[in-house]
Design a protein around this ligand. Structure first.
Ligand code: NAD
Length: 318
């Protein structure tokens, strides 16, 4: 498994990372045995980067991951998040973050995190994120509870603005370097390269949109985009290619990205995604899919957070 530096942190992350949202049953039921075996299989095959959040399954994913990592904690780079606790539950205050890390450390059965990220910052108040949340994360770093700090969210421009306004070690965005669009690299890679802020690419299959099974019921894509994704999967099938395989292969090629986090719910998916890492995608089919997506004229993104607050308030902050 290829290892890549996470910006200037000194951390080396596996090109394919283990997104632990499925351990919170976010993508459907999963037995404790499957969860543990999937984690161990991933580590045994060189996946060293694990990303989780208290939000996934209302803390379940952290607890399951903590148990699965028992005795193997030192083999992984462990990232979790703070600030998001439910679909509509956010608290980016310094006091909540301080409590949050203690709770996460307990659930993850460790005394130090490698990376702590403010989760989905587009739902927060920009002034608070910049002047209270990130400084609180830095304070936890100074106290030795976390090695590095970062921010995560959906809209790359907001992540870019914050990372410019206040130094962070990493930025994570999701569903933004896939067969449906490459905004993560277009909008953040030049900044990442110039600043040394590490870049993490989450949801290469666009949270299940780019799979034969299709997305979960809560997926925020429009009906038109879901239909377009079905057409993409059908086109891949015509070529004898599984859409998840080529989708992951394409996403793994994101230039300037340290790790691509996929949410693997079963051991079969772990093995399939490890195998996908061995080959680059068929460039002709990628070009054909990108043409299909572009010619459809269907918007491939959806609203997230309260960008209107950011556009107005952040200008005052800056
Ligand atoms: P993903 O895009 O890989 O989608 C996961 C879905 O794809 C699941 O339904 C899974 O069962 C399915 N899948 C995975 N591999 C497959 C295969 N080979 N064949 C068929 N289906 C397959 O990943 P994701 O879980 O959406 O995101 C990955 C991780 O990134 C998350 O678990 C989380 O850790 C992180 N993330 C963070 C944020 C954030 O910070 N705001 C947002 C999204 C994701």
């Amino acid at each position: 498994m290829q290892l890549n530096p996470l910006g200037r942190t000194g951390l080396q992350l596996s090109a394919l990372g283990f997104g632990a949202a499925p351990l919170g049953q976010v993508y459907g039921a999963q037995s404790p045995q499957t969860a543990e075996r999937s984690v161990h299989l991933a580590i045994d095959h060189g996946i060293n980067f694990f990303d989780v959040s208290p939000y996934y399954g209302d803390t379940l994913a952290e607890s399951v991951l903590g148990r699965a990592l028992s005795g193997r904690r030192d083999q992984v780079v462990l990232a979790t998040k703070c600030g998001r606790y439910g679909v509509d539950t956010f608290d980016f205050s310094a006091s909540r973050i301080r409590r949050s890390i203690e709770e996460s450390l307990q659930r993850l059965q460790t005394d130090r995190l490698d990376l702590l990220q403010a989760h989905d910052i587009e739902f927060g108040d920009p002034e608070q994120i910049i002047h209270e949340t990130v400084p609180a994360l830095r304070q936890l770093q100074a106290e030795g509870k976390v090695r590095y700090i970062g921010i995560t969210g959906y809209p790359p421009p907001l992540l870019f603005e914050v990372a410019q306004a206040v130094p962070v070690d990493s930025v994570l965005s999701y569903c933004h370097y896939t067969l449906l669009g490459t905004q993560l690299v277009d909008q953040l890679a030049p900044f990442s390269q110039a600043s040394g802020v590490g870049l993490i690419n989450a949801s290469p299959l666009s949270m299940g949109l780019l799979t034969d099974a299709g997305p979960p019921p809560w997926h925020p894509a429009s009906p038109q985009l879901k239909e377009l994704a079905r057409q993409v999967a059908a086109r891949c099938a015509q070529h004898g290619v599984n859409v998840a395989t080529i989708g992951l292969q394409f996403s793994l090629g994101a230039p300037g990205v340290a790790s691509t986090l996929s949410g693997m719910r079963t051991e079969e998916e772990v093995l399939a995604n490890l195998k996908a890492c061995e080959q680059a995608p068929d460039p002709t089919l990628v070009a054909e899919i990108q043409k299909l997506v572009a010619q459809s004229g269907i918007p491939t993104t959806w609203p997230s957070g309260r960008p209107e607050a950011w556009l107005v308030e952040h200008r005052e902050v800056a």
